[in-house]
Design a protein around this ligand. Structure first.
Ligand code: ATP
Ligand code: MG
Length: 200
C-alpha cells in the first residue's frame, strides 16, 4: 500500500510552482510518491495550441530527474481520451495499490473552482482525497462549492504554503518576449526550451 499524490496538468511547461506544490504536499501529507500526470493530446482544437506531448513529457522528466519520489506517469498519455480525472485516479490507485484515503489528487485553488464542472466530481471525491494549494489570485468559495459537492468538506485538505506566483502561461509569454525564465523553471527545463526553440 502506497500513499500517493496525483498531480495532473498540461505541464506546458512544468515549472517551479508545480515542483513547490509537489514538494509541500509530499511532506505535509507524508506521501511516498507524487505522480506527475501530463494531460494527453487534446482531441479537438482548443483556444490555443498545446505543445506536443513528447516535449511536455520530456520537460517533466528533466524537472523531476533528481527526485526519486517524484515520478512521471503516462497513464493519461497511453490511453485514448477523453481523459477524466476520475479515471486517472482509478488507474493510479490500481497501479500503486493506494486506498481512497491514501490517494490525493493535487490541485491549485484555480482548479478547485472548476471542480463542479468536471466529469463526475462527486465520484472523484469518493475515490480519492483532494489536496489543494493556494494560488495567488484565486479565492474559492468553499461554502458555494460544497453546496454543489456535498463530499467536498470531508475530502479536501488545504496545503499550507505561500502562494507561488508562477504559471505556465507566464512562462510561455516570457519566453516569447525573450525574457529570462531562470528561477521560474528548473535549469534543465529552461535549457530544453531554448534548445528546442519552444514558445517562440
Ligand atoms: P497554464 O497557465 O497553462 O494553465 P499552469 O501553470 O496553470 O499552466 P497546469 O499544468 O495547468 O499549470 O497546472 C496543473 C496543476 O498545477 C493545476 O492543478 C494547477 O492549479 C496547479 N498549479 C500550477 N501552478 C501552480 C502554482 N503556482 N500554485 C499552485 N498550484 C499550481
Ligand atoms: Mg492551469
Amino acid at each position: 500500500m502506497v500513499r500517493v499524490g496525483v498531480l495532473g496538468g498540461t505541464f506546458d511547461p512544468v515549472h517551479n510552482g508545480h515542483l513547490a506544490v509537489a514538494e509541500t504536499v509530499f511532506h505535509a501529507l507524508h506521501l511516498q510518491r507524487i505522480l506527475f500526470v501530463p494531460a494527453g493530446e487534446p482531441p479537438h482544437k482548443t483556444s490555443r495550441r498545446i505543445t506536443p506531448i513528447a516535449h511536455r513529457v520530456q520537460m517533466v522528466s528533466l524537472a523531476i530527474a533528481d527526485r526519486p519520489e517524484f515520478a512521471l506517469s503516462l497513464i493519461d498519455v497511453a490511453r485514448p481520451g477523453p481523459h477524466y480525472s476520475v479515471d486517472t485516479v482509478r488507474l493510479a490507485r490500481q497501479a500503486h495499490q493506494a486506498s481512497k484515503d491514501d490517494c490525493f489528487f493535487v490541485t491549485g485553488a484555480d482548479a478547485l473552482i472548476d471542480l463542479p464542472d468536471w466529469h463526475l466530481p462527486q465520484q472523484l471525491l469518493s475515490l480519492c482525497r483532494l489536496a489543494v494549494a493556494h494560488r495567488p489570485g484565486y479565492q474559492p468559495d468553499i461554502a458555494a462549492l460544497s453546496r454543489r459537492l456535498p463530499l467536498l468538506p470531508e475530502r479536501i485538505v488545504w496545503v499550507e504554503m505561500p502562494g507561488i506566483p508562477i504559471s505556465a502561461t507566464a512562462v510561455r509569454a516570457g519566453v516569447k518576449r525573450k525574457q529570462s525564465i531562470a528561477g521560474v523553471v528548473p535549469a534543465a527545463v529552461a535549457d530544453y526550451i531554448a534548445a528546442q526553440n519552444l514558445y517562440r
